[in-house]
Design a protein around this ligand. Structure first.
Ligand SMILES: NC(=O)c1ccc[n+]([C@@H]2O[C@H](COP(=O)([O-])OP(=O)(O)OC[C@H]3O[C@@H](n4cnc5c(N)ncnc54)[C@H](OP(=O)(O)O)[C@@H]3O)[C@@H](O)[C@H]2O)c1
Length: 348
């Protein structure tokens, strides 16, 4: 995501994105994810950097989750940073009380935000999430990114140049605190997000590692296929989840005009052949490479559309086309963290 310089004279713009719906299906068993996020205010600086507060507009995440559960989604991907977990908690409670779904049929994921990397803060962060989601346990808890930020109320603590203020934490210590969450039953499994290969290696070779990361959530789409990183994770028994799978068409950060996966002629052609939409092709691509995928939508028709991805199969040649684009683009470059000692994207 793009984080901005401090606010000067910026024009507030109402901007909203929707719920993220992630789908994965293996044989007869379907696993679905819904991740909710809303950008409440988008404020532009002179230099076109963006500062976003991720916060759900009242009711949007709640409605999207309720609708998705009715459609059949069972795996919800949330995060403290999206600032909408209490809305999602309301939706979950309602659907459980209505008898539409039982807790044990859901797979709920959340993420430890970077301002909680100090060991004593990890349990507190997880408890905040559990309370907001109205749950006793999470199925999976991810370290949102390897970089620790200055602890405190500010989600994006930034210096006068708009660069993130780091904490002096080490993600290996943070990981140890996350392992304790498994021991006390607050989470069933733990994982990571936005790590590079060297950082994963470092984590896997940590002396006394007690719980291996179960999952790695990374940006992946045809303009950033991440083939090597995915193969590496899978070879180590770490499952992978792809975020921004549609290329984030309404992403609030600056993005070159030619970066539009949904309008890409080759992707449109493949979609046409299968009588599907480009979005469905992009979701199907990840499923066929054994990667969970989290396309985001708060639009009921799109939530349904993104679910209808199990009745067609991309050919080997189509897969090759989709993974063979020369165009490369990372949407979530986290450029305001480039000075951080654990900035992950110099390597991969
Ligand atoms: N782990 C991390 O560090 C990390 C970092 C960045 C992002 N993420 C997650 O990844 C998500 C990626 O979301 P994103 O918006 O950036 O990218 P995306 O999922 O690639 O695209 C979502 C956008 O596509 C639209 N959309 C959804 N389904 C569609 C369809 N069938 N046809 C046409 N448009 C469709 C949505 O609009 P509507 O909602 O209006 O329908 C939304 O604007 C974020 O929400 C975030 O939670 C995770």
């Amino acid at each position: 995501m793009a984080w901005g310089k401090p606010l000067q004279k910026r024009k507030p713009v109402k901007f909203s994105t929707g719920s993220l719906v992630v789908c994965k299906r293996k044989k007869n068993c379907c696993v679905f994810y819904v991740l909710e996020r809303k950008v409440l205010n988008l404020l532009f600086s002179k230099s076109d950097w963006l500062l976003c507060w991720f916060q759900s507009l009242q009711g949007a995440a709640r409605d999207a989750v309720k609708f998705a559960i009715d459609v059949g989604y069972r795996h919800l991907d949330c995060a403290y940073m999206y600032q909408n977990e209490s809305e999602i908690g309301d939706a979950l409670r309602q659907k459980i009380e209505e008898g539409v779904v039982r807790r044990e049929e859901l797979f709920i994921v959340s993420k430890l935000w970077s301002t909680f990397h100090h060991r004593p803060l990890v349990k507190e962060a997880c408890q905040k999430t559990l309370t907001a989601l109205q749950l006793d346990y999470l199925d999976l808890y991810l370290m949102h990114c390897p970089m620790g930020f200055k602890a405190g109320e500010e989600i994006f603590p930034a210096d006068g140049n708009g660069m993130i203020i780091p904490s002096n934490t080490d993600f290996l210590d943070t990981w140890e605190a996350m392992e304790e969450l498994v021991d006390v039953g607050m989470v069933k499994a733990i994982g990571i997000s936005n790590f590079n290969r060297k950082q994963i290696d470092r984590l896997l070779s940590k002396p006394g590692l007690r719980h291996k990361p179960a999952n790695h959530q990374i940006e992946s789409h045809p303009y950033l296929p991440q083939e090597e990183l995915i193969k590496f994770c899978q070879s180590k028994g770490i499952s992978v989840t792809a975020y921004c799978p549609l290329g984030a068409p309404n992403w609030p950060g600056s993005k070159p005009d030619h970066i539009s996966l949904l309008d890409d002629p080759q992707i449109k052609e493949i979609a046409l052949k299968h009588n599907k939409t480009p979005a469905q092709v992009l979701i199907r691509l990840q499923i066929q490479r054994n990667v969970s995928v989290i396309p985001k939508s708060v639009t009921p028709q799109r939530i349904e559309e993104n679910f209808k991805v199990f009745d067609f199969e991309l050919t080997a040649e189509e897969m090759e086309t989709l993974l063979g684009f020369k165009k490369r683009y990372r949407i979530c470059a986290l450029s305001q963290c480039k000075n951080h000692k654990d900035y992950p994207f110099f390597e991969d």
